[in-house]
Ligand binder design. Structure first.
Ligand SMILES: *Cc1c(COP(=O)(O)O)cnc(C)c1O
Length: 472
């Protein structure tokens, strides 16, 4: 399998070449040249793998279709180390929790940082360590985080050979729990840098350092952002695992509702559907930052300005543009790289927006996508209602998903709502909704009292570079 850019660049690359890269040279995103396809008997065979050998082997079977430059036994061993009971707390890894009327939550948040980003990041940690050793290379990951991504990256990379993490976060602006999750890590290869500023300052510093190409090359600076194809690929697996749990035969269909921000999670669902998984609907759920909902309703994709971006109680979905969205549009346009380049490389760059032609927009239905958005009041109501009816606590992002899922449910088709975080991570809103603190997994009791390891720096690019030089 080889990989191509969404913007028509003629190069074709192998998996291990794109693994450590970001964007393609023409600014596009990498996608496989084609999607392997399962027919009904192929799906039945895969169901048997899931039933008899479990999640890690299912992951190996799916990943190996896209990765032909890592020996099978090595890849299988990495899947086993990424997905096991010790890391994800159950044999099923992504168990279902039934709600009413064919609705169920699919738990993706039982990894070390209590958010679904662990699902991809744990695999990425394995792949990075492996590939760096094979190439006798090192990598210094530089990132900015306001919460979920940074902690998931740190827990996946801690103790890994050849990798160091330099993670910037806004000083005293994360929740005490999120801060404790990151800052309590004592591993020598993890560097928490608390910047005296806001999240945008952190992001600006990362951009400035990455734009210094000489510095970047000399210090082997890389990222783990959500456009990495390996992250997306690892997420495809749990759509299959959800389908096999919700159905008993390949004649059945399911729908998925996905709390969405950068369109990484739901794009993996799109890939699963392209591979022949019988998905009826992919429900794209947004919060007040409704860039994606607007697109699926109108065919216009309009990037928001910073001042237009709402700070919400589902903060991991607060986006101004959706960085993985170009992948879906490329497929929607019949994989026309020139047209994709015109839309994302020209129109979005110049005008901050594009509108699909009517015949292009008309195709969306055949890809299964529908959408909806929710407000803070909707989240509170959904959290309360779910607690009252089922005794279950859900987090704010999952509440966005569940609210929109209820709008799009159809009789006879199970609707799986992806649970993207545990409520313990967003305790403040849970207290607002329910008047009590959410449950916290036993291993994380008292985490706020552990010794913290972090460095405070001013929002100054030179000071951050100097820190990297001293510690890389
Ligand atoms: C990252 C994140 C999302 C959004 O996922 P995308 O892949 O960016 O669409 C939703 N919920 C939680 C809890 C997250 O951490």
């Amino acid at each position: 399998m080889r990989y191509q850019s969404t913007r028509g660049h003629p190069d074709r690359k192998h998996f291990s070449e794109i693994l450590l890269e970001g964007l393609a040279p023409d600014g596009g995103l990498y996608l496989p040249e084609r999607y392997p396809h399962f027919d009904t008997s192929g799906l039945s065979a895969l169901r048997a793998v899931w039933r008899e050998q479990g999640y890690a082997e299912l992951a190996f079977r799916i990943l190996s279709l896209y990765i032909d430059d890592i020996p099978a036994e090595d890849l299988r061993a990495m899947c086993g180390r990424a997905y096991n009971r010790e890391v994800f707390g159950s044999e099923a890894i992504v168990p279902l929790k039934p709600l009413e009327d064919g609705l169920a939550l699919q738990a993706l948040s039982n990894g070390p940082t209590l958010a679904f980003k662990d699902m991809a990041m744990q695999m990425l940690g394995q792949l990075f360590e492996y590939e760096l050793a094979r190439r006798s290379r090192v990598l210094n990951i530089l990132g900015a985080t306001s919460g979920d991504t940074g902690s998931a990256a740190e827990y996946a990379m801690k103790g890994k050979q050849g990798v160091k993490v330099f993670m910037l976060s806004p000083h005293n602006r994360m929740s005490p729990f999120q801060q404790a999750q990151m800052f309590s890590l004592q591993d020598a290869n993890i560097h928490n840098i608390a910047i005296e500023g806001v999240f945008d300052d952190c992001q600006d510093i990362v951009k400035a350092v990455s734009n210094d190409l000489a510095f970047k090359a000399h210090w082997h600076i890389g990222t783990v952002n959500s456009i990495n194809w390996a992250r997306l690929l690892a997420q495809v697996v749990y759509y299959f695992a959800g389908y096999f749990q919700a159905t008993s035969s390949e004649a059945q269909k399911v729908s998925f509702a996905v709390p969405s921000g950068n369109f990484g999670n739901i794009c993996a669902g799109h890939v699963a559907r392209m591979m022949g998984l019988p998905i009826e609907r992919l429900v794209c759920a947004t919060n007040e930052n409704d860039v994606l909902d607007e697109f699926f309703r109108t065919g216009t994709y309009r990037v928001r300005k910073t001042a237009e971006t709402h700070e919400t109680s589902s903060p991991s979905m607060d986006i101004s543009k959706a960085s993985n969205f170009e992948r879906f549009v490329f497929d929607l346009l019949g994989r026309d790289g020139q047209r994709t380049k015109e839309l994302f490389g020209h129109q979005v760059e110049r005008q901050g927006a594009f509108t699909l032609a009517p015949e292009e927009f008309a195709r969306i239905g055949s890809y299964g996508f529908v959408s909806g958005s929710s407000s803070h009041a909707n989240r509170l109501e959904t959290i309360r209602d779910t607690h009252r009816r089922h005794g279950a606590m859900i987090d704010t992002h999952t509440a966005d998903g569940l609210k929109v899922a209820r709008q799009w449910r159809t009789d006879g088709v199970p609707m799986l709502v992806l649970e993207t975080a545990l409520p313990a991570k967003f305790a403040q809103t849970l207290v607002e909704a329910l008047g009590c603190e959410p449950d916290r997994p036993a291993a994380l009791q008292g985490i706020e009292n552990l010794p913290k390891r972090f460095t405070v720096l001013p929002a100054d690019v030179a000071r951050v570079k100097a820190y990297i030089e001293a510690h890389a």
